[in-house]
Design a protein around this ligand. Structure first.
Ligand code: PLP
Length: 412
């Protein structure tokens, strides 16, 4: 394929066009970004290379729950940057212990296992569940099964895409990792039918984020908990996107007073600064992990631990959960007005919304492009759904601006 190099163009191009050309020429096309090039951010707002400001209503897929450049997180990161950033786990460092203790306390679990990306944390949960299945439950070696949900999103590794139902995410990556069974999300009877004596875990998102902010039927998480208890199966909740205050509680499972056996955390755990992920579980589960049986060069490094610990401290006050509830109520009220006016349905929990755009009006993608012209950044989830997840530090005026912009876009 021939490339037109940016330098070859004789026409003057805007900074935006120049950056997009560079990206398209040299960075693999694994995303289809909106045509905006961001260069700075503060709180809920970002600025592009032309000096235009936008309200960030994607918030890094909820990695930016505390907004851009939160002073408390930046200060802690900068302090740690100048002190010690990486030791490897071949030695102890003075940041991991306090972080692990505080995160264990936040989750109500006895131990944590730190990783970096969300997908790595999911992989960790899968490995722990299988090993627990063989060593504790007594599943015959090589037979362990994990039940996952149709419409799931758990990351991009070869094992994780092996049980994805998204054709684009899975095509041409075979052979796939065996040992997974899929059932419809929200269907407790189907789940019960899929669980047998080989089952070591049920893996689910308490709300499916990438699936379009899909909230399961009331009582479903309770049913999953009860089934896992009676079948002797680990309930593994992927709270990477739903957790850490987004829904108005620290964890989305808490809305049904459900405590999973394993929490999988990521995204906002790194404060929008650094990739930090972890799983949290009790000792009877996590103690199957022994030296050499799992690891990561960067997982649990002092910089990650320092930032993660500050995030945990910020969550302990409950103030961000409160912001998610009050701003979320305001967003829900505003979005409710749009149903019937270009919007077919709205699902919200805390400051998190899935907005189904009427197919007669437009597509999710088109609406996001139009929102960009109104100074709002958002991203479609699946086809017709626009996912809204502003930083929890947004103001009431910001929420009103978002609702007004979406109303104007949907009015055509
Ligand atoms: C984003 C996400 C992941 C994957 O996290 P990465 O950091 O991108 O690897 C896994 N599960 C859920 C629910 C997510 O939203």
């Amino acid at each position: 394929m021939t490339r037109t190099s940016p330098e070859a163009s004789s026409l003057p191009v805007s900074d935006t066009e120049a950056h997009i050309e560079l990206n398209e020429a040299y960075a693999a096309h694994n995303y289809h970004p909106l045509r905006v090039v961001l260069s700075s951010g503060e709180g809920a707002w970002v600025t592009d290379v032309e000096g235009r400001r936008y309200l960030d209503c994607l918030a890094g897929y909820s990695a930016l729950n505390f907004g851009h450049g939160h002073p408390r997180l930046v200060a802690r990161a900068q302090e740690q940057l100048g002190r010690l950033t990486l030791t490897s786990r071949a030695f102890y460092n003075d940041q991991l212990g306090p972080f692990a203790r505080d995160l264990a306390q936040l989750t109500g679990k006895e131990m944590v296992l730190p990783m970096n990306s969300g997908a790595e944390a999911v992989e960790t949960a899968i490995k722990v569940a299988r090993k627990w299945g063989y060593l504790v439950k007594g599943v015959p070696e090589n037979r362990a099964t994990i039940v996952a949900m149709e419409g799931n999103f758990h990351g991009r590794t070869t094992t994780i895409v092996s049980f994805s139902t998204d054709a684009v995410a899975t095509a041409h990556y075979a052979p796939y990792t065996p040992g997974f069974r899929l059932v419809p999300y929200g269907d407790a009877a189907a789940l019960e039918a899929a669980v047998d004596e080989t089952t070591v875990a049920v893996l689910l998102e308490p709300i499916q984020g990438e699936g379009g902010v899909i909230i399961p039927p009331e009582g479903y998480l309770q049913q999953v908990r009860t089934l896992c208890n009676s079948a002797g199966v680990l309930m593994v909740a992927d709270e990477i996107q739903s957790g850490l205050a987004r829904t108005g509680r620290t964890f989305a499972c808490s809305h049904e007073e459900v405590v999973p056996d394993v929490y999988v955390l990521g995204k906002a755990l790194g404060g929008g600064i650094y990739p930090v992920s972890a799983i949290a579980a009790d000792g009877d589960v996590l103690e199957v992990i022994t030296p050499g049986s799992h690891g990561s060069t960067f997982g649990g490094n002092p910089l990650a631990a320092a930032i993660g610990r500050e995030v945990v401290a910020m969550l302990e006050t409950g103030e961000y959960q409160e912001c998610a509830r009050t701003l979320g109520d305001r967003l829900a009220a505003g979005l409710g007005e749009l149903v019937g006016n270009g919007v077919d349905a709205v699902r919200t929990r805390g400051l998190w919304a899935g907005v189904d755009i009427s197919p007669e009006l437009s597509t999710g993608r088109r609406v996001c492009e139009d929102l960009l012209d109104h100074g709002v950044l958002a991203k479609e989830a699946h086809g017709q759904t626009v996912r809204l997840a502003p930083p929890l530090v947004a103001s009431e005026d910001d929420i009103d601006l978002l609702v007004r912009a979406l109303g104007e876009v949907c009015a055509g």
